[in-house]
Design a protein around this ligand. Structure first.
Ligand SMILES: [Zn+2]
Ligand SMILES: [Zn+2]
Length: 752
């Protein structure tokens, strides 16, 4: 396999600050030859005066340093490569495309511990609680104020379905120390034991027994057949499956996966983190059993390690997971599916910046297999590629089963104000809620902002209260009587006087889900109301509990942020109200119309999933906006065509290739110095090769104590980006002070 003239082994050493400059040539260890090594193996090598881990990434025949200086490998850590050739190549191409670090991508693909730094042990220390549930609740209450850390640990047991919990997990979840655990042990409240089994995420919770309708309808069958052709012919092709909400895309995925498994291959299915509900995974577990592995960020370190091992050893052939599951060590992938492909969570917002969709397309090409991108509201980019016939376009225009598409109406909030209604809810929405409650039907109200009020303003001096480390107003959370920063951990008690001028004329403005819940409770005191947002779903099973209650009909009105927009198939929700539409439309981001269209379409899709027809009301001050008109007509072409025209005129993606270069530093002066030099360089060197904006202050000009500036580069195509971006990066590294952080984000999602 290895060419005979290769004498050196290329190894990227795990020394993070070196990044990709950390690739060095080594010689085989004593008694071995180059032929004894394989790409993807992890090795121990001497580096400087230390020994470090590294990954074999290739072989060379020549080196540009003195042969005598080349060191020998100490030993192989994992004889079986951690990365198959196709995965290694995928990661290499991905690093190149996103102009990001190969080393960071390699590390993103591995769970902690597999490269020899421990973690292979199957026996770990765990604890179980010695009290029954009632005593446990009483005990927590008793020690809550006296020993809060101890009570938090007990609370973890209370919230969990698992009997024995690993000590490290307990400490992490309760954010406390080992000593606290020892104290509980001494008191006899918890008992030390061992966890032996492979740690598997607990998805055995039985949901409803309802099965997907396995008879595909005509549209589903057609979609299935088109993708099947690629499966049969081992063809690499990207499909965009554009299906209205409720059209049964999951049934198509299911059939495709079933077919792939029968062929002896494996499947990767990515779903947004929030959709990884027990229902979703249970459904696949109930049919494919232990063939299914899940990978997502809420797993404990141990669970992730063991799920990875099950895939690596071929015990699991179906991987369901969030973003980084695209790098699962599947031996023989046959298909990659990305559900809700428009979701922003597929783009990693920190180093290494990459998009799971981009990774999927590359990996599928390496394997000669199809990719299916599914969505009711595809990203503009994917839609454009489909129209350009780079992707094959498949549509599902009918809902599967009984449900018809809901009726959608816009409510002009300007008319409400004229009529003297300054409240959050229009008269029509209030009337409609009353009707539904009277009919024992359920209601969903969507407001994509959490907290009680968006900010607190002093009416004397006009100052809004801001986070000291971020240039962001603090959000008022009434229930806990605190002001919180939604961008960092900062929170304070609500001050009685203005911090700037000591006036007590403080007033809150802007509404979030917490206020909406209060308003609803006051208006409909007889209704059972639940709220679902980040603040109410912090505990392990709280998300599931709320959904269960809605499902059982214990909840009449569900209020929530975008967490309620997708995935759940409730049959008795017949009314959906959308509030705060204008907040979404007016975000300082060129994708705000697209996101608004997607979110409203998604949340509207929750209405009328059962036999009764659904109604959606969208409240807005701007009813003529094309994104809302498109929602109204349920005609996606209208939206995509209009939006594409605007993007084309402004040279925004997909008509250009955008790169955002962000600078962060603790003082503005440090950045300004860099910005000045960079500006000169850009002006001197480039004329019409590409278009750029900046350097300018970012929309969030300060975050977690760091000042932020950015440049946006719009390249005409990938070719130009490949040519000019390395030049710009080179210049930046030449002039940058080590006190300034720089990040290069190719195809950025966040522009703030
Ligand atoms: Zn003031
Ligand atoms: Zn902050």
């Amino acid at each position: 396999m290895i060419e005979l003239n290769k004498n050196y082994i290329d190894i990227i050493v795990d020394v993070p600050h070196l990044g990709d400059r950390g690739t060095f040539s080594y010689l085989p260890e004593e008694g071995k030859t180059v032929g004894d090594y394989k790409p993807g193996q992890s090795v121990r090598v001497p580096f400087g005066r230390k020994n470090v881990n590294g990954y074999i990434v290739g072989f060379s025949s020549e080196i540009d340093i003195d042969e005598n200086k080349v060191k020998k490998i100490n030993k192989i850590i994992n004889p079986r490569p951690l990365f198959s050739n196709e995965l290694l190549e995928t990661l290499r191409l991905l690093a190149d495309y996103y102009s990001t670090s190969f080393l960071s991508l390699l590390k993103t693909a591995l769970p902690a511990g597999v490269d020899g730094s421990g973690g292979s042990q199957k026996i770990v220390i765990g604890y179980k609680v010695s009290l029954n549930e009632d005593d446990l609740i009483a005990k927590i209450d008793e020690i809550k104020s006296r020993a809060p850390a101890q009570s938090r640990i007990l609370q973890v047991f209370l919230n969990s379905d698992i009997e024995v919990i690993e000590a490290t997990d307990l400490i992490e979840i309760a954010s406390t120390s080992r000593n606290v655990l020892y104290s509980l042990e001494e008191k006899g409240l918890v008992e030390r034991t061992e966890v032996i089994n492979r740690r598997r995420p607990d998805y055995k919770i039985a949901g409803r027994d309802e099965k997907i309708d396995f008879e595909l309808n005509l549209e589903q069958e057609q979609a299935f057949r088109e993708v099947s052709k690629s499966l049969d012919g081992n063809l690499n092709k990207v499909f965009l499956l554009h299906g209205v909400t409720g059209s049964g895309k999951t049934a198509v995925y299911f059939k495709l996966i079933e077919k792939v498994i029968k062929n002896g291959q494996g499947a990767i299915m990515l779903v947004p983190e929030i959709s990884l509900t027990p229902y979703m995974v249970d459904f696949f577990y109930s049919y494919f059993g232990k063939k299914v592995a899940v990978l997502h960020s809420r797993l404990s370190g141990g669970e992730r390690y063991d799920e990875w091992q099950r895939i690596y050893h071929g015990e699991a052939e179906i991987v369901i997971g969030a973003r980084s599951a695209i790098f699962a060590p599947l031996n023989n992938p046959g298909i990659i599916i990305i559900d809700e492909e428009h979701e922003n969570s597929y783009k990693q917002g920190s180093n290494p910046y990459y998009h799971a969709r981009g990774a999927a397309v590359i990996r599928a090409k390496e394997n000669g297999i199809p990719v299916v991108l599914g969505s009711a509201t595809p990203s503009l980019e994917s839609y454009y590629f489909a129209m350009e016939e780079q992707y094959q376009y498949l549509t599902l225009k009918e809902r599967a089963g009984d449900g018809a598409m809901p009726d959608i109406d816009l409510i002009d909030m300007r008319a409400e104000i004229e009529a003297g209604n300054y409240g959050l809810l229009s008269d029509k929405l209030v009337e409609s809620i009353k009707e539904r409650l009277a009919n024992n039907e359920q209601v969903m109200l969507f407001l994509n902002r959490r907290g009680y009020a968006s900010f607190i303003l002093c009416q004397e001096c006009g100052e809004a209260i801001k986070c000291p480390s971020c240039d962001i107003t603090l959000t008022y959370h009434k229930g806990i009587n605190k002001l919180q920063c939604h961008y960092c951990d900062y929170h304070v008690h609500v001050p009685k006087k203005c911090p700037a001028c000591s006036s007590d004329l403080l007033q809150d403005f802007g509404s979030g889900t917490e206020r909406l819940e209060t308003v609803i409770n006051n208006k409909f005191p007889e209704a059972a109301v639940a709220r679902m947002d980040v603040d109410t779903t912090g505990k392990k099973n709280s998300h599931k509990e709320i959904l269960n209650k809605v499902d059982n009909g214990e909840i009449d009105i569900l209020v929530g942020t975008q967490m309620i927009a997708k995935g759940h198939d409730f049959h008795n929700i017949t009314l959906v109200g959308v509030l705060g539409t204008d907040l979404m439309l007016n975000l300082p981001d060129f994708r705000s119309s697209e996101r608004t269209f997607q979110l409203i379409t998604q949340v509207s899709g929750r209405a009328g999933r059962g036999e009764k027809k659904g109604q959606v009301y969208v409240q807005t001050y701007n009813p003529s906006h094309y994104a809302l008109q498109a929602v109204l007509s349920s005609d996606w072409d209208v939206f995509y065509e209009e939006e594409l025209e605007i993007r084309s005129k402004l040279f925004y993606p997909p008509f250009s290739r955008l790169v955002r270069i962000l600078f962060k530093a603790e003082t503005e002066g440090l950045i300004m110095n860099l910005v000045r030099k960079l500006k000169e360089f850009l002006e001197d060197k480039y004329d019409k090769e590409f278009y750029y904006l900046g350097p300018v202050e970012a929309a969030i000009s300060k975050l977690r104590g760091k000042y932020r500036w950015h440049i946006l580069c719009f390249f005409p195509g990938i070719k130009e980006r490949r040519k000019y971006l390395p030049e710009i990066k080179g210049k930046i590294y030449e002039i940058i002070s080590n006190k300034v952080d720089v990040s290069v984000d190719v195809d950025p999602i966040s522009m703030l």
